[in-house]
Design a protein around this ligand. Sequence first.
Ligand code: SF4
Length: 336
Amino acid sequence: MKKPLLSVRDLGRRFGSEGDAVTRVLRRIGLASPAAIVRAVEDVSFDLYPGEILGVVGESGCGKSTLGRMVAGLLDPTSGTITRPRTPGKALPTQMIFQDPFSSLNPRKRVKSLIGEAPRIHRIAGPGEIERYVADMMERCGIDPSYADRFPHAFSGGQRQRVGIARALAVKPEILVCDEAVSALDVSIQAQIVNLFMDLRDEFDLTYLFISHDLGIVEHISDRVMVMYLGRVVEIGPVDAIFDAPAHPYTRALIDGVPRLDRRRKVYAPIKGDIPSPLDPPSGCAFHPRCPLATELCRTTRPAARDVDTGHQAACHHMDATTKEGEPKWPATLTG
Ligand code: SF4
């Protein structure tokens, strides 16, 4: 069995503060309002294997971007651990590609400086070779090296995202965390950047954590998919299993909300209800206020992750009742 490149265990991130000692005492005796703590990510565990693309999906506010920032090392967790690769000569093993190619590049720096700064500082390329190194990175990411002296404003959105990718690749990372990396681009450009990601994976032996709300792109690019709801992982498994036989009602509802050619006659509708506030998450299974299969057990007890199949896990009390010999027994619709 392959050894994971990166392991995440019981990872949590909370925002807000419990207040000072006096406030905590007053709260205990009911004289102060409860602390406003947002549990953005809670008890998340998974492994990332060399060369794979792990897609992370879920509605806005499910914690996927916070998770990505922690994996990229831009945000410290409040609990849990992340074990990153320690390959000799790799100073920065994890890099991040951001959603907005307009604000993620310093507008006052020329492209050659944006791409060349980190490899120069980390001595990946010496002073005599940095120009050639930057040109090579630009070429590999589909940017004409003769544009190296230009500023970011001279590029289109797709070209800027290519600059962002070249900048990340210039420090020879092993893992790229892509946070909605194609969401801000036109549809035709999205396809080009997704293809670029796939080509670069082979060329640079890259591993991806690919965060997106676009299930179509995630299905196309991923080897495995992780589904998050209100800061927790509710299902994880191979891409075919997740899209063809989802075990969790939330995954099923997400997938049913996406138009597909093979479901042309279906009426599409968003998942019922709003995503609850992470300031005050529901008891038991956090999806129970929106789940048509919810029972009293769901309202009181949080479901643990269980095996559905090899490498496929879901956290739902009733997935056995809804799945028989691989054929899900769902109500007529979970959406609308
Ligand atoms: Fe629905 Fe219950 Fe499963 Fe949660 S545990 S997804 S409420 S059936």
